[in-house]
Design a protein. Sequence first.
Length: 298
Amino acid sequence: MSSRTIPLNDGNTIPWLAFGTGTALYSKDATKATLAAISAGFVHLDGAQMYGNEETLGDAIVQSGVPRSSLFVTTKLAAVPDGRDVRFTLEESLRKLKTDYVDLFLIHNPKQHPDLKGTWKQLEALKEAGLTRSIGVSNFTVKHLETILEVATIKPAAIQNEYHPYVAKASKAVRAFAKEHNIVYVSYGGLTPVARFPNGPVTPALQRAAKRLTEQTGKQVTTGQVLQVWLRQQDIVAVRLSRYAPTASTSNKPERLQEYLDSQTIPDLTEEELKDIETEGAKVHHRVYMKWLDEESS
Ligand SMILES: NC(=O)c1ccc[n+]([C@@H]2O[C@H](COP(=O)([O-])OP(=O)(O)OC[C@H]3O[C@@H](n4cnc5c(N)ncnc54)[C@H](OP(=O)(O)O)[C@@H]3O)[C@@H](O)[C@H]2O)c1
């Protein structure tokens, strides 16, 4: 199955579905999990300097045998060590990832960069130099975006923030700003309503849609897949993780990877279902990561 893609504002495209190497793989060897994801059909791999495992993501890229040009690799800038610059850190990432370029390089956390404008100008230079094809940001508020747009000659192509129905209401302003500037929204933590907060108000809405889609397609559609389709219909890229458990004979992880990939072709939700999920999600606020974003975006 070919991957769905979304156009970026710099002429490149981004695969809609990504495999993430943070969270449960943070500081761990991501080789096996990433190889499993690539062989299942993932082409977009989401890494970060802060995850401390770029070397193993690079090993998986090499071992997969998939041509580099068929993959889309993201990494994210951590704090820059004293006496170094952003270029130094990206060159180090490229060495670890065993590649000449990344497809997307994001500022991971604006809090780590007191001179945000200067940091952005360095990212622009790295795009010009061909070390990254596209540049963007993560965990940014409208204010952070406004700050870099004051000096930007290249706009961010993407913004990666936590996004699911329980933060959708709180993310309205930043999503609208991103849309206005043609910046693609990328979600992490998107499965929070099934994986971390399973009995919230949105659950029945997801179950209703899953039941309807199961009947329509004649194939089991899960509530997690409904969330994926909910993101897909809003043109939001979905970053997913599934841990690899080689010793658990009953592990459902390969099936879960397939479940994520299958959500590329599940039919759309109806207008009522989209509204239902939004309305129920807005009843509770539940942010998992970077809780400081709540204070700064209100
Ligand atoms: N930019 C940032 O600051 C930032 C922050 C956090 C994460 N990220 C990126 O986003 C990626 C994904 O993050 P995430 O972990 O938050 O992703 P997520 O997609 O919200 O959650 C994935 C987790 O949900 C579990 N899951 C999936 N389906 C489920 C179901 N039906 N029932 C119960 N659990 C289910 C998976 O479990 P199994 O592992 O058991 O399959 C997995 O651990 C990370 O790896 C990283 O690349 C970025």
